[in-house]
Design a protein around this ligand. Sequence first.
Ligand SMILES: [Zn+2]
Length: 481
Amino acid sequence: MAQAHAGKDTLPAPPFSTILTTMLQGWDPTWKVRRIDARAAIDGRGCAADHASGVSAVIERAPTGTLTLAALGPTDEVASSSRWAGVASTDRRQSLLLPGLVNAHTHLDLTHIGPRPHDPAAGFAAWIGMILRARLSDEPSIAAAVGRGVGLSLAGGTVLIGDISGAVGGLPSPFAGRALAGDGRVNGVAYLEFFAQGAKADKNTVSAAWNAKALAGEFDAMTACGRVVSGIQPHAIYSVGVMHFLQVLASVPDDMPTCSHIAESLAEKRFVAEAAGPFVDMLRTLNLWDDSDPPPGLGESPIDVLMGHGAADHRIAAVHVNDVDDDDLHNLAAAQWPVVYCPRSSSYFGAHSDFGPHRYRDMLAAGITVALGTDSIVNLDTPDRISVWDEMRLLHQRDGTDPLTLLKLASINGAAALRRETAPFTLTPLGSLAGLVAIQVPNANPNANSSELLTQALGPGATGGRTSAADGPELLAIGRV
Ligand SMILES: [Zn+2]
């Protein structure tokens, strides 16, 4: 199906940033210790390094690829320390240092499609039809799309990715996950996506559980570059029957990262509440709808239905969650489900017109771990990078959200949503480090501290055009976590 329509739905490749290859090649692959001189540094806890003479970070790299933040302090102290004498240094004195960023939800196997316009009036189901037609189906092409997506992610300062290994021909496929692990440049969770509606549901359910476990075993065996672990993604409640949804979760290891698209669209709301609407029509077209077997939970919300069937026993990262009422918020908090908010995706699909502003701040106030995702390149306005930095900028400029909160969402909370240790996503001297990012703040007030520099960097026009590869996060180092 995808092959027949690929020519029609695939745009020419987006311009590829050369800065990334320059940047990564600029690092001697054998380096063991580096010093970086910067203006200041700050992490998502608000722990900051500020000094009139600037600050320096020293990073040590072990043969296994793990990084340690060996020092972080005033440049005049670190640079004069006999301990670091002779260490190669990098000048980023016009930049603010941040921990590496976490993109908790994306689809790198769609990178070949590139940014595409969307008319919300045409509906979500129509968009999904376009994606289904443009999807690749052979492993080498999928690997190329994922590799390109990893490149664009690194160009955006990303060190950990929650990536969806998309189904191929309707069946769960390890191709994209294997490509992410084999690429080896970035840490990640490869969520095996599956669908289970209609006649093939049982087969898909068994196949999803089997493939998820097989992928986990395959990744475990890749000791040399084992930066990627396996996860599972029942696609959504309208594409996976609720019993199949839970059957798979019960059959994979408890600690396997799990996510699903939840409460995303009006079409989904109608599907669940009324067993009607465009998704029912789509399933009918695909011969996957059985009128005699409507989905359970009529009149309820997607979160009600899942919780009512025992999903609260599993820790599912709920992706999007554009539509929640107070009960849903309470249930999400009680079940300790993280929420992955993809601001540009929600905006692209016009979710605010259907449901009002996204309630991420209410979620945070309710104690829910909110992380940020980009969704795929298709809904992004940045052809040169795939980065939650641009989600932070959107939320700061649109909602006035506090920059430090946003940094926490894009680092610590992202790691938590992907079930990783969070410490490497902070700047803790002598602690392990997932990565280090520099953000240019060339014309900042000389007295501005790190928090004010972060605010400036997220502000409108502070760092130039939004799609320039030079204006965003520069990845200085990435470690295995
Ligand atoms: Zn998605």
